[in-house]
Write a protein that binds this ligand. Structure first.
Ligand SMILES: NC(=O)C1=CN([C@@H]2O[C@H](COP(=O)(O)OP(=O)(O)OC[C@H]3O[C@@H](n4cnc5c(N)ncnc54)[C@H](OP(=O)(O)O)[C@@H]3O)[C@@H](O)[C@H]2O)[C@@H](O)CC1
Ligand SMILES: [K+]
Length: 460
């Protein structure tokens, strides 16, 4: 599991560890990890390379200067542009190692810029000196120290100018800004340096392949179709039959023992043509409701809720949810649908997905899966999982219908709503990447790739 801790949690862990170590040890650990990550970024070769450090007045700037010492010893020509009103004590060591200080001429001549302007002590936005420095080196790759300066570290939000990093080297643990958009998009690749912190449970996490492998339901040796769970789909309409087909395609990933479809008779015929193994009405362990349901959405939702089993509420059915639905539920809105549920603007949801997913989970007492580049899944108690699998090609019609069906299959197989939603989103993203192979995909390709993704998970 990849975990993101808050600034307060990191500060507390740092304070506890510092009492057991000689002064400066943690910063040296951070700075060495940073320096070697910069060398890797430069292709492993130090001699003849030029690195510019942008140095703020806090410990983030101190990390950059100490890393500059290590880089200088490896033959890198290092220069520091000091941006704060005061400068970290590390400046003396930096000068002693041969580091140059000043406002450089010819910004384009550097191989990389190290952003040590602010880290976890920074307020969102950047002061004018930092903005001016960044503008002077706008074409050079950036390695950010701990966080891309200027972003909201705990919120993942962006309020004003900030650094766009190619790589962020962070210390001790991830922070929300590395995982959640829009800040994650400004973080680039993330490299975590272990500095020995002991941390409490995190409130933001991201499943990794090994976590998915241990959560994904697998049949017992004596399993039969009913013990594996039956998932029911109520979706589609005469106007939107394809949504039903795709919802059923996701549910037919093979992770539940059987799939039922209940809906418009002509749509049901088409579902059976495409998926001969799908059967009609009967008992289920979970329902998936809403994709392409159009005017039938409300009736479909009411009918599903009568069975008192967990439910995935998607698309058109979301409009008919006005509070807790009374059964364990996964609500799967995109930003526009979540905006309508919370009575805010879509742009507000996009600017603060973490805050809005959490607030909807609390208000609707359900797991809320907010679709996006980094699909964000919130539980009513505030725990959040972010999905790091996927490809931009996944932004395609019908992909959400497949996801809803897949989550329904995982619910029917016995996962709780939070695990079902987060495992489903991870598998869905991984299937899209597999099906894409770097090129375009359509939603049915994603559904087809799901069993192969499950088959290639690491051994649990
Ligand atoms: N904790 C750990 O485990 C470890 C932490 N480590 C490192 O310490 C870093 C945290 O250092 P930190 O606490 O000194 O704060 P930091 O991020 O340098 O920023 C504060 C300074 O920035 C300024 N400033 C603020 N906002 C600004 C803005 N928008 N634009 C411009 N300037 C702004 C503010 O100035 P002031 O407002 O006081 O004038 C203040 O001086 C952390 O990210 C990591 O790199 C590692 O070495 C070891 C392990
Ligand atoms: K930084």
């Amino acid at each position: 599991m990849l975990r993101a801790h808050t600034v307060d949690q990191v500060r507390a862990a740092e304070a506890a560890l510092m009492t057991t170590l000689p002064e400066g040890t943690l910063m040296q650990r951070a700075a060495h990890g940073l320096a070697y990550a910069v060398l890797d970024f430069l292709g492993g070769r130090g001699y003849g390379r030029r690195v510019l450090l942008l140095v703020g007045s806090g410990d983030n700037g101190g990390d950059a200067l100490h890393a500059g010492v290590v880089l200088a010893r490896r033959g890198v020509q290092v220069e520091a542009w000091l941006l704060g009103e005061s400068t970290h004590d590390a400046l003396a060591a930096f000068r002693a190692a041969g580091g140059r200080v000043g406002r450089p001429r010819g910004g384009r001549d550097f191989d990389v810029v190290v952003d040590g302007i602010v880290g976890i002590g920074g307020r969102p936005g950047l002061r004018s000196a930092a903005q001016e420095a960044l503008a002077a080196v706008a074409d050079v790759s950036v390695v950010a120290v701990d966080t891309p300066s200027g972003v909201g570290v705990d919120t993942g939000e962006i309020h004003g100018p900030h650094v766009h990093a190619d790589l962020t080297v962070t210390f001790g643990t991830h922070k929300a800004c590395h995982l959640l958009d829009p800040a994650a998009a400004a973080s680039g690749a993330i490299h975590l340096v272990d500095i020995g912190l002991t941390l409490p449970p995190a409130q933001v996490e991201a499943l990794q392949a090994a976590d998915v492998a241990s959560l994904v339901p697998r049949p017992e040796p004596d399993a039969h179709k009913y013990t594996r769970g039956v998932v029911g789909v109520r979706a589609g309409s005469a106007a939107y039959p394809g949504a039903a087909l795709l919802s059923v395609a996701g549910a037919s990933c093979g992770l539940a023992g059987m799939v039922r479809f209940v809906g418009d008779p002509t749509v049901a015929d088409r579902v059976r043509d495409h998926h001969p193994e799908v059967v009609g009405a009967g008992r289920v362990q979970a329902w998936v409701v809403g994709s392409g349901a159009d005017a039938d959405a409300e009736a479909m939702l009411r009918a599903a809720l009568e069975d008192d089993v967990p439910v995935v509420v998607d698309a058109d059915a979301l409009r008919h949810v006005d509070g807790p639905v009374g059964v364990p539920a996964v609500l799967t809105p995109h930003a526009g649908e979540l905006a309508a549920m919370l009575d805010v603007e879509r742009s507000e949801v996009e600017a603060a997905p973490l805050a809005h997913a959490r607030s909807a989970a609390r208000e609707y007492d359900a797991v809320v899966l907010l679709k996006g580049r980094r699909t964000t899944i919130a539980r009513p108690d505030g725990l959040v999982r972010v999905t790091t699998t996927g490809t931009p090609w996944l932004a395609t019609a019908g992909a959400g219908d497949v996801l809803g069906g897949l989550i329904g299959a995982l619910l029917a197989a016995g996962l709780d709503p939070f695990d079902a939603a987060s495992v489903g989103a991870w598998l869905h993203g991984a299937a899209a990447t597999l099906a894409s192979g770097g090129g375009p995909v359509v939603a049915s390709d994603v559904a087809t790739a799901l069993p192969r993704v499950v088959a290639t998970l690491p051994a649990p």
